[in-house]
Design a protein around this ligand. Sequence first.
Ligand SMILES: C[C@H](O)CC(=O)SCCNC(=O)CCNC(=O)[C@H](O)C(C)(C)COP(=O)(O)OP(=O)(O)OC[C@H]1O[C@@H](n2cnc3c(N)ncnc32)[C@H](O)[C@@H]1OP(=O)(O)O
Length: 722
Amino acid sequence: MAKGRTEMEVGADGVAVITIVNPPVNSLSIDVLLSLKDNYEEALRRDDVKAIVIAGAKGKFSGGFDITAFSDLQGGKREQPKVGYISIDIITETLEGAKKPSVAAIDGLALGGGLEVAMACHGRVSTSTAQLGLPELQLGVIPGFGGTQRLPRLVGLTKALEMILLSKPIKGEEAHALGLVDAIVPPDELVKTARRWALDIVEFRRPWIKSLYKTDKIEPLGEAREILKFARSQARKQAANLKHPLVCIDVIEEGIVSGPRAGLWKEANSFQELLFSDTCKSLVNVFFAQRSTSKVPGITDLGLTPRKISKVAILGGGLMGSGIATALILSSYHVILKEVNETFLKSGIDRVKSNLQSRLKKGKMTEEKYKKTLSLLTGVLDYEHFKDVDMVIEAIIENVSLKQQIFADLEKFCPPHCILASNTSTIDLNLIGERTRSRDRIVGAHFFSPAHIMPLLEIVRTQKTSPQVVVDLLDFGKRIRKTPIVVGNCTGFAVNRMFFPYTQSALLFVDRGLDVYKIDRACTKFGMPMGPFRLVDLVGFGVAVATGMQYLENFPERVYKSMLLPIMLEDKRAGESTRKGFYIYDEKRKASPDPEIKKYIEKSRSMAGITPSSELMELQDKDIVEMVFFPVVNEACRVLDEGIAVKASDLDIASIMGMGFPPYRGGIMFWADSLGAKYIYTRLEAWSKAYGDSFKPCAYLAERAAKGIPLSAPLDQAKARL
Ligand SMILES: C[C@H](O)CC(=O)SCCNC(=O)CCNC(=O)[C@H](O)C(C)(C)COP(=O)(O)OP(=O)(O)OC[C@H]1O[C@@H](n2cnc3c(N)ncnc32)[C@H](O)[C@@H]1OP(=O)(O)O
């Protein structure tokens, strides 16, 4: 069955309107592109057609090449069109090279291949709110339908590089100012204006422009080379492990130096190569994984409609509470912030103000918007204002009895429909709700610090949490621009639990002889924003030790009892907050290695009775990365096996957004599958014999390794194969 189509209607004015129809975003599947070619050729043949307009159905021009086709092509499920067939034969020869002019009528979005089709038309009319961009780099490829050649010729090299390298779309208004579109019109006049524009070209009242051969916006060669050189150095600095941004710059340069035709061919060949790269496969996985987090079997398939949440109360104005309040008011929610006394309340509100001021300083917000946003926040000291709130988010210190008291109070003061959420990162929600009769509306809303910046929201459901409440929170999460993942109730939930071994194994290997900074360097080279020791410094040793105790209590068999942190804490080294941890910090928070830590490490080793192994000291980065991350994979498998996470792709997103795992590796489970369950099992098994039970592969991993089933395969699929 064809995946999408185009429809053609020829009007009495002699304009053929070809509409892209492929819901939900009118993506350009191969079928759509072939149908576009067929209709275009028919329009060129027909005597009653003088000009052509290309539009998208239902207010969306096109979201670009069909991303689902990426995996079909990569997996050989779909035959490849020959290199250059779409970009050169269809888009350049048939569309741009046609003997009849065409105009794109752009509404909603023209992204990737969508914008590339529009740029091949001889004119472009857009609505002011349409989004136009080439976000292909986000998927590990480069623009492949001529975008690398036409965009610089329409908007100049600097702007084109910015839009492509940052995958940053622009709005219709800006596109007009830059010359990417020729006119801005209201949505209801769009197609009418495009028709008129196309006829004006026929009648020589407007120029017939082929973007590919425009030269007026391109900088002179010397200047262009300088701009490209700078772009290369920025790309290397921002993502040293990524090749495709550099390939993209080379392709753009080819067009400038050797002409647009040569540029098109280089683009087509490079696109083809990149499509099969691990980076592309990983980033496509992330694209779909991110969209599937809000599809929760047994919850979102029940036909429930999210209820409206208008007013939210937050308990506690500390770092987390004030961050959550900031996130909410930034998304236009009315927020009540409750504290226990005037001093704490003032500090909480001051924190929110300072979060907003930093946006103001960076130019992300106007003074007027600052005032309007802040006016949505009300500080209170009692529960009087709680009678009409739709949701409460508790964000006080991690103290079980205090939380129990608060939830019992909330049950009394809040309306019966109000959702009672806790931001706890460790405490069992069943325990928190023990003194209430409202277990069905108790849920975890676990934000990551700083809550107004970090994109992930863990929604923690207990066995009693009602599906309606989960559906409400999924919708709320989207509205505050977070990616929500739904997880089950256990110590550390999904993200913290899965990443607990990240520092655990690092501490173990330091006791055994590995160098702290070598471990951190290997992890950052792998793509993590920081290594495990820099992370402990950031989190603070106090929190790290307390969390360690929680894990020791709940999972004693797999916790390595390192003494290193307590020893350093005794000496008042508590991490970045004390400006001394594994690193020392200057006034600007710049971290530098500190040779002094040697003495603590020696003490820790002697307390553990360990003599450093020379073999470990010689390890390569690859081995270090595996030693640090395979225990994380092992724990992720347990999290899946216990049903704490519903699907492996949720853990991919959790690892990327919660811990900074490099997206271009596809997420923790995707990366693990790229290495193979058997390999991971074998290494963990060997380390468990050498270094103890914290490395012991879990049953889920052992079984999949034995049967050759990917770790990400759904449970029932795995059973079916057993
Ligand atoms: C050769 C060419 O140069 C190569 C290319 O064109 S590569 C493609 C370039 N285009 C893109 O990268 C755009 C990707 N899409 C997006 O950024 C966003 O989806 C969007 C801005 C279009 C819409 O965002 P939003 O309204 O929040 O909806 P969102 O949930 O993301 O997407 C809606 C649905 O459309 C699907 N979708 C979006 N873009 C798609 C695409 N290009 N191909 C296939 N499916 C797509 C999503 O998977 C989702 O499906 P689901 O409902 O089954 O989960």
